[in-house]
Design a protein around this ligand. Structure first.
Ligand code: PLP
Ligand code: COI
Length: 341
C-alpha cells in the first residue's frame, strides 16, 4: 500500500479528511451493523438532539506504525468502556465494546495509507463520536442516534512539540461537582472554549483549572490530566471525580510503578503545593506528555526547576517509555497493544 504524499514530519494537530469513516445508526434503541462510507459530511434534522441540546460524546485514540511495520492501537478497549459511561450519562444508547473495536479496526485498515510512517513523530488520530441525530424540541433525549468513527493524521497537539509550555490558572471552572467532568461530553469542551480563548489571547498554551467547589485543588486542563514529580522523584497525579479518567495517565501510573520503579501518589493536589514540585506535565492522547515550564496565577508565576527549555528527566523517561510501548520498541503489558494490520 502506497502512503499518501504528506509532509509527515511537519503535520500539525488539525483535521485532514481521510478516505473512509464508519457510520452506524440507532432507531428505537437498536443499532444497525454500520458500514464504511466515504462522505465526510453528516446530514440530519435541524432539530437534532446534538444541535439543540448538545447530546453528544466522543473519544480520542491513536493508531501508530511500529518499528517492524505493523499498524496498532493503544488500549482501545478502555476508550470503548469510557464511551459507554459517557453515553449512559447522556441517555444515548451505548454502542457495544465489540462494535466500537470493530469500527476502529475497519477505519484504520481502510485508511492505512494515511497512517504516518514510523519515526515521523506523527500518528493517526481516531475520533469516535456518538450523537443525537433525531429531532427533539422539548428537552428530552433524541429518538435517533449516529455513531461515527473518522480519523485524521496529526502532529503534536502543542506547537513546538516537547518544548515546555506556559499555563494560566483559570478564573473559570471546567466542571461542576456532580456534573459531567468525568465523561467525554462535547458540552465540557464547549464550556472550556471561552476560558481557552482568554488564555490563548494572553499568550498561554492552556488553562490549569481548579476544583469548582473549593477552588483550591488542581483538576486538569481543557484536554489533558496533570502529572507532577516531587523533588525526590515521586510521581503525583490529582485525584478527583470531576476530571476525565485519562487512559494515558492510567497507563503512565502503571509504567512509573512497574517499568521505572517510581513511587506514585494519586491524591488531592492543593494548588498551594504546586510550587514545591520539580516537574509538571500534561498527559493525554493528543498531548502524549507535554512538559509545563510555568504556571501564571493572579499575583505571580510558578516556574518549575525543569525550566522553559527542556522536559524534566522523570517526565522525559515516562514519555520515552510510553512512546516506546506504543511504537513496539518496548514490550507492552499484556493486552495494551491491538495489532490491526
Ligand atoms: N482530560 C480531558 C479533558 C481530555 O479531553 C483528555 C483527552 O482525551 C484527557 C484528559 C486525556 O485522556 P486520554 O489520556 O484518555 O486521552
Ligand atoms: C484527546 O486527547 O484525545 C482529546 O480528546 C483532547 C482534545 C482536546 C483534542
Amino acid at each position: 500500500m502506497e502512503k499518501k504524499n504528506l509532509d509527515w514530519n511537519n503535520l500539525s494537530f488539525s483535521y485532514i479528511p481521510t478516505d473512509y469513516r464508519f457510520v452506524a445508526h440507532c432507531k428505537n434503541g437498536a443499532w444497525d451493523e454500520g458500514a464504511l462510507i466515504t462522505d465526510p459530511s453528516c446530514t440530519m434534522s435541524e432539530c437534532a438532539g446534538v444541535i439543540q441540546y448538545a447530546q453528544t460524546c466522543f473519544e480520542g485514540l491513536k493508531a501508530y506504525t511500529t518499528k517492524d511495520g505493523r499498524i496498532v492501537t493503544f488500549r482501545p478497549d478502555l476508550n470503548a468502556e469510557r464511551l459507554i459511561s459517557s453515553a449512559e450519562r447522556l441517555l444515548i444508547p451505548p454502542v457495544s465494546k465489540e462494535m466500537f473495536l470493530h469500527a476502529v479496526d475497519e477505519v484504520v485498515k481502510a485508511n492505512a495509507a494515511w497512517v504516518p510512517p514510523y519515526g515521523t513523530g506523527a500518528t493517526l488520530y481516531i475520533r469516535p463520536c456518538l450523537f443525537g441525530s433525531g429531532s427533539v424540541i422539548g428537552v428530552a433525549p433524541a429518538p435517533e442516534y449516529e455513531f461515527r468513527v473518522f480519523c485524521t493524521p496529526v502532529g503534536p497537539y502543542f506547537k513546538g512539540g516537547i518544548k515546555p509550555i506556559r499555563l494560566l490558572l483559570s478564573q473559570y471552572d471546567r466542571a461542576a461537582p456532580h456534573g459531567t467532568g468525568d465523561i467525554k461530553a462535547g458540552l465540557n469542551y464547549a464550556m472550556s472554549l471561552y476560558p481557552g480563548h482568554v488564555a490563548k489571547d494572553m499568550g498561554y498554551s492552556e488553562n490549569m483549572y481548579l476544583d469548582a467547589a473549593t477552588r483550591t485543588n488542581v483538576e486538569e486542563t481543557g484536554g489533558a490530566n496533570f502529572l507532577f514529580v516531587t523533588k525526590d522523584g515521586t510521581v503525583v497525579t490529582p485525584k478527583s471525580n470531576t476530571i476525565l479518567p485519562s487512559i494515558t495517565r492510567r497507563s503512565l501510573v502503571y509504567i512509573a510503578e512497574h517499568y521505572l520503579g517510581l513511587k506514585v501518589e494519586e491524591r488531592v493536589v492543593p494548588f498551594s503545593e504546586v510550587k514545591d514540585f520539580a516537574e509538571c506535565a500534561l498527559c493525554g492522547t493528543a498531548a502524549v506528555i507535554s512538559p509545563v515550564g510555568a504556571v501564571d496565577y493572579d499575583g505571580g508565576t510558578l516556574t518549575f526547576p525543569s525550566g522553559m527549555e527542556k522536559m524534566g528527566p522523570v517526565t522525559a523517561k515516562l514519555r520515552e517509555t510510553i512512546v516506546g510501548i506504543q511504537e513496539g520498541e518496548i514490550e507492552a503489558p499484556e493486552g495494551w497493544i491491538r495489532t490491526i494490520c
